[in-house]
Design a protein around this ligand. Structure first.
Ligand code: HEM
Length: 212
């Protein structure tokens, strides 16, 4: 295998990579929709095994029964998302001179693999109860899975954005204060999402029946 030398990498705009990353990133919305659909229809345990679904990649009933369709299509779309992420990361690694971008691409691959494993553990550990929080280990993994999804989506969108022509050719100077404000907003938003994930996966949405 030939090694990419540092001199072969540049920061110039690459239309092929930019379009592939942009279209690949659109797929994440299909994937997340199917994940949310799985949770909303309570189909998370439609198949009790993983990585196969009832021991198959084409399990009977997945095109005719709603719960099986939700869960299996989510698993299939996640597999495709993993492959897309690997292609983007290898492409960036071989051609792009920006070290931070190559690191971000590697983080995306690690995140998508970890996310897949957490999704699998959500299923495999569903029967293990934790008395202290009165839920199953599987459900705790579902909460983590919902949070990690947000991190992964943002990581992927950042990769796609960094490959666009305006980002490369017309970088905007950013004041330190704006940068810090942006980071603070992201941390606050993520905290809110994490709380929402706990509420959603512990069915606490109507624990307080009045508003405000
Ligand atoms: C790799 C990329 C993946 C992403 C970005 C992703 C994302 C999501 C999202 C956003 C949800 C909805 C969470 C919610 O509504 O609170 C979800 C649910 C779910 N995902 Fe994934 N997922 C991925 C891979 C997988 C894989 C490989 C599995 C394998 C079993 C899996 C299993 C599940 C299950 C079982 C649920 C429903 C959890 C429940 O409601 O109990 N996911 N996923």
């Amino acid at each position: 295998m030939t090694k990419t030398s540092a001199s072969q990498r540049t920061t110039r705009y690459r239309p092929g990579l930019a379009w592939f990353a942009a279209i690949g990133t659109l797929w994440v919305f299909v994937l997340v929709f199917l994940g949310a659909f799985t949770t909303s229809t309570m189909s998370g345990m439609a198949f009790p095994d993983w990585p196969l679904s009832n021991g198959s990649i084409n399990p009977p009933g997945w095109l005719t029964e709603l719960d099986k369709f939700a869960e299996h299509s989510h698993r299939l779309s996640a597999t495709l998302m993993g492959l897309i992420t690997i292609v983007i990361a290898v492409w960036i690694h071989r051609t792009d001179a920006r070290l931070w971008l190559r690191r971000l691409a590697l983080a995306a691959v690690l995140l998508v693999v970890f996310q897949g494993v957490v999704g699998g553990l959500r299923v495999l550990l569903d029967g293990m109860h934790v008395n202290m929080v009165n839920t199953s280990v599987g459900r705790l993994f579902a909460m983590l899975h919902a949070c990690l999804a947000q991190l992964y989506i943002c990581n992927l969108i950042a990769l796609a954005l960094a490959c666009t022509r305006p980002w490369i050719e017309r970088p905007l100077p950013l004041a330190e204060g704006v940068r810090r404000l942006g980071i603070t907003c992201c941390v606050l938003l993520f905290t809110q999402l994490a709380i929402a994930s706990v509420v959603r996966h512990s069915f606490a949405g109507l624990a307080i029946p009045t508003f405000p």
